[in-house]
Design a binder for this molecule. Structure first.
Ligand SMILES: [Zn+2]
Length: 453
């Protein structure tokens, strides 16, 4: 079986995929993959220089060819590209937010690239969709960067892989030649819908994994953790993959332990967003996620040496079609180590601290990130899922999917714990529900802050 799998994997990687990507579709994906796989071993200084050279070229392109940036940066006092001589200069340019993009989308497109532009829309837990464009080259590079990042955990193209992922799970744009199923079969992968998952269907998901026997499982964190909890409660044994890749949310240490216990495999953290795809991923050495700095420019609003959560500001170095320059993607992150035992020169993101919108905002200005709520609930039994919603400054609603043993005493325990974090003045209401839905991007929001920004 494994002999077949590895033979197929080799055939796929060496013959089938190259023939499809480079021949049939005339794509650059594999060429970019080779480039990124080579560049990751460059020294930190070389990567720094490479990134800066790419950023300067993109700034010049925006200034010369993108009407919005000429106007916007001009209004901010920029007189010419000669003004941007360092990363510090670049960091003084105004940061891009969703409302600014929405108001200026047309002018943000480079006229020479308009005709071939691909488009994508972010659903957004904020409820305000955003449409953004990107070139074919930038799309192919994103795919290449994703393959590279997944490979850091040992996950390779053509390997038997189960995706517990969002619906609709269609083949990416441009793959219309393949019917979905055929496409996924050729890629040796099985798609399971993470949005259809509930208690009654859990057995079906476990059966599908047992039947397909994947080497790798790629999943949103919330659903794979729930599946693991269900398997453990049932006392069921399940096929053991070689690795699990988590996406959409950060993996907490207790979740890694659970996945290791149930699936007998290590779990790796990845971080990305719809606007840029993969931003960072863990390698075999853990201790943070390598940032794809040869592909993206990632700033921490509180500076490169910040020791706590900071707004992430991202620039895609290759999207010349509709460049998002210094885009605040709404996530908080903490900078990490500059070096890693694996020898890759890409610096690290210590951790992703969740979405800014997923933090409770206290009257005294403090933020309580969703992570705090996760840790609070670790000590609570009798609860399957939970979500804390802040609708007013001093009023919290706690949604609970109850498990055996849930009752008034558990509620009292939760209330005491929340008051320790949020203070004595808040009113706390409880609501028992059947299910807490994933967001369109696969996140299980632990905290929802509905206060106006
Ligand atoms: Zn590493």
């Amino acid at each position: 079986m494994s002999l077949y799998a590895s033979a197929y994997e080799r055939l796929f990687r060496r013959v089938l995929y190259p023939a499809y990507e480079s021949g049939l579709r005339r794509r650059g994906t594999l060429r970019y993959l080779r480039e990124y796989e080579r560049d990751q071993w460059r020294s930190p200084d070389e990567l720094d220089a490479l990134q800066w050279q790419r950023l300067q070229a993109l700034v010049a392109h925006c200034w010369e060819h993108v009407p919005f940036y000429r106007r916007w940066w001009g209004e901010a006092g920029m007189a010419g590209v000669g003004d941007i001589r360092s990363r510090e200069d670049y960091a003084r340019l105004p940061a891009l937010t969703k409302p600014v993009i929405r108001a200026n989308a047309e002018d943000m497109v480079s006229p020479a690239h308009r005709a071939g532009l691909l488009y994508k829309t972010t659903g957004g837990s904020t409820g305000e969709p955003l449409r953004f464009g990107y070139t074919r080259e930038s799309y192919e590079r994103r795919i290449a960067v994703m393959f590279r990042g997944y490979a850091w955990s040992g996950a390779h193209l053509g390997q038997k892989t189960v995706y517990l992922w969002g619906a609709p799970v269609a083949a990416p744009a441009g793959y219309a030649l393949f019917k979905d199923r055929l496409y996924h079969a050729a890629f040796n992968r099985r798609m399971l819908n993470a949005f259809d998952m509930d208690e009654r269907r859990m057995a079906g998901y476990a059966d599908a994994i047992d039947r397909f026997r994947p080497e790798t499982i790629v999943s949103y964190v919330g659903p794979i953790v729930e599946l693991a909890q269900w398997i453990e409660r049932q006392g069921r044994r399940i096929h053991r993959p070689k690795r699990i890749l988590g996406a959409a949310e950060a993996l907490h240490p207790h979740q890694r332990e659970l996945l290791q216990r149930v699936f007998g495999a290590p779990a790796f953290d990845t971080y990305g967003c719809r606007e840029f795809m993969l931003i960072a991923a863990e390698c075999e050495h853990g201790g943070g996620l390598h940032l794809n700095t040869d592909h993206l420019h990632v700033e921490f609003a509180a500076g490169p040496d910040a020791t706590g959560p900071s707004d992430l500001i991202v620039t895609d170095l290759h999207n010349v079609g509709m460049p998002l320059m210094r885009y605040v993607n709404g996530d908080l992150g903490t900078p990490g180590a500059k070096a890693c035992a694996c020898g890759r020169g890409l610096p690290k993101l210590a951790k992703v601290d969740g979405r800014k919108l997923d933090a409770l905002r206290l009257r005294d200005g403090r933020l309580i990130p969703g992570e705090y709520i996760v840790y609070l609930f670790l000590a609570i039994t009798g609860v399957k899922q939970y979500q804390v919603v802040q609708r007013e400054q001093d009023a919290l609603l706690v949604r609970i999917v109850a498990d055996a043993g849930y009752g008034a005493d558990v509620q009292a325990q939760i209330e005491v714990a929340i008051r320790k974090l949020a203070g004595e003045d808040v009113t706390i209401h409880f609501e028992t529900v059947d299910h807490i839905a994933l967001t369109p991007s696969g996140k299980r929001r632990v905290v929802v802050c509905e206060l106006p920004a």
